[in-house]
Ligand binder design. Sequence first.
Ligand SMILES: [Zn+2]
Length: 449
Amino acid sequence: MKLTFFGAAHEVTGSCHLLQADGKNILLDCGMFQGSDFNEGKNNEKFPFDPKTIDAVVVSHAHLDHTGRIPKLFREGFHGKIYATKATCELANIIWNDAFHIMSYNNKKFQSPILFDEGDIEMARMHCEGVDYGEKVRIGDIQVTFKDAGHIFGSSFLEIEAEGKTIGFSGDLGNSNVPILRDTDRLGKVDILLCESTYGSRMHESEEMRIQMLHDLIMEGYNKGGVIMMPAFSIERTQEILYRLDKLIEHDKALPCFPIFLDSPMAIDSLPVYKKYPEYYDVEASKHYMNDEDFLSFHCLTLTRTVEESKKINNVPNPKMIIAGSGMMTGGRILHHAFRYLSDPNSTLIIVGYQAYGTLGRKLYEGAETVYIFGQEIPVRCSIKAIGALSAHADQQKILSWVRNAEKMPKKVYCIHGEPESSTALAHKLRDELSIDAFVPERNETVEL
Ligand SMILES: [Zn+2]
């Protein structure tokens, strides 16, 4: 039985691993590389395997860096099934279409290549088989179980039984006490684990602290009287922010009701998926659902789906808040707002998620004094703030306790999906505290399991 790490090795994006067992070739995720131009260029390369030889793809969750190259697989000859939870199938379809629109725009403007077209997305959609948590999927002699990862809506970690061993694949693990989502399920009896390490070297603030920080930063931005910009990942971060704002504004009256815009077609399109699967909700969200309360909406929230609606935000007097994608400011409507308001000392940019190296979000987070947007140099005069704990990822402590509390602790762990420093820090902790053989694999490295 062999495993090759084709992405998310020594880096956070491009999740894609090939498991060869029981005569089958199974891909675990097939995501896009994101971040710098160099990194995104890797998406255009040919797959390092023949897509026609792949029997099936099992997908941990819908995020672009885990699903983004699936339509490209079909374009290059794959014709098998994709297994993912029902919500993941629907959210991935929204994500693929959004990626296609961005690619088409960039293709027209800069002649950059198109990875797939609408026909390939349709093929992917048709071949996506929605499964439930706890359900066992059979691929030949291999069995795959999906368990709740608590990372985004529909997210899962996988337990794969093959050739007498069980391999765990963490996908991305969620932060603790995240609204709407249930906590990460307990890890079962696994022999070998592929474990994400995005925040493998860091600790998040507590939930109370996160809410307090969110409240304080918005209040500060509101009092300054400018625009509060929040680049947010359209799936999950955005819904979490809406849930928190609904509570802070409508229930606790801790924040004033001022104009807030959700300026993200993808986030708006994903709201019905959240409403369709109440069986995924945690206890608190279930209560709201039973009471018929819409926890993703509040009085002063305006959804701006069309470009015209989005442009009208400019005419609304300050203070106002705009939540828009993309989360790392590599594209999307947030760029138009950043272009207008980064130079305004009264405005605020609140960063709420992981920012990959090379992205505009990362440059701003690291204190750049000027940045380039649409080819123009923009001086950064607004306040730049960040709430690390609002990340959708587990921190070091949560990952360690998840592994420690497994039904049977794995003997071997491969730390993937992290920058080298984070993956290495987690590997050391696993070795020192849990006496597990932990490794940080190289991209394209093959290991015998
Ligand atoms: Zn993710």
